[in-house]
Design a protein around this ligand. Sequence first.
Ligand SMILES: Nc1nc2c(c(=O)[nH]1)N[C@H]1C(S)=C(S)[C@@H](COP(=O)(O)O)O[C@H]1N2
Ligand SMILES: [Mo]
Length: 251
Amino acid sequence: MNFSRRTLIGSGILAATATAALAAFGRLRSGCKFKAPDTQGLLGIGEWLNYSALGAITRNAKAREFDHGMISDKPFANPTSYTQQQVDAMEAAGPDDWKLTVDGLVAKPSSFTIAQLKQMPRGSQITETNCEEGWSYVAEWAGTPLAAVLHAVAVKPEARYAVYFSTEKGWWDSIDMDEAMHSQTLLAWEMNGGKLPVAFGGPLRLRVPRQLGYKSLKFISRIHLTDDLKKIENGLGSPEPEFGYAWYAGV
Ligand SMILES: Nc1nc2c(c(=O)[nH]1)N[C@H]1C(S)=C(S)[C@@H](COP(=O)(O)O)O[C@H]1N2
Ligand SMILES: [Mo]
């Protein structure tokens, strides 16, 4: 046996780390709280590890916030499937025309207009939008913290996920309650000091700055609280896993 001292120490640390990691993952797995909905089969193990480990470590962490001077001059609006005619019609809508419905596991199912949301506590942030395709921009967002809306409708304790739907066909997504109640998760109706443009999701967009851009849906019209994502649409929490993207997209 001629292991060097360094090799021995190194392998000891490695073994201890691996053992601790396995034990930690074992605890998380049995706890089941951090089981991503797209955790299926062998390929799902990566998603499960990503969500369980990162989700546990970063549950209360905040997305980076920037100074005013860092706001991008030319934020990029990722094109949507709406025609110019539809965009113009939405742009012309007043603050009482848009309706956000909140239902599911809540004591008081409700609808809110933008005008009503504006009467609730206001939140703002200067954060980065990170697209999975590699580009990003920094902008200032103002709106109603999702937590304030969830408080107003009295979310039931069984609720584990907030599922949200866009008026744009095919766009819906979901986040867990930690993310939904996080102080930076914002129903935005203002961008860079003005009314939120339709190109950026106006009249109402969800900002989830701790995750990749695709979780920040534009044109939000419904939020549904559930205890089980398997009951919703494709059962994977979002259309993204069907296209090879993770349901949990922490940045
Ligand atoms: N309704 C809807 N929401 C959407 C999208 C979309 O095409 N339609 N694109 C998503 C993606 S992939 C990204 S990166 C961000 C882009 O936001 P931006 O247009 O403000 O840059 O919006 C997300 N929300
Ligand atoms: Mo994106």
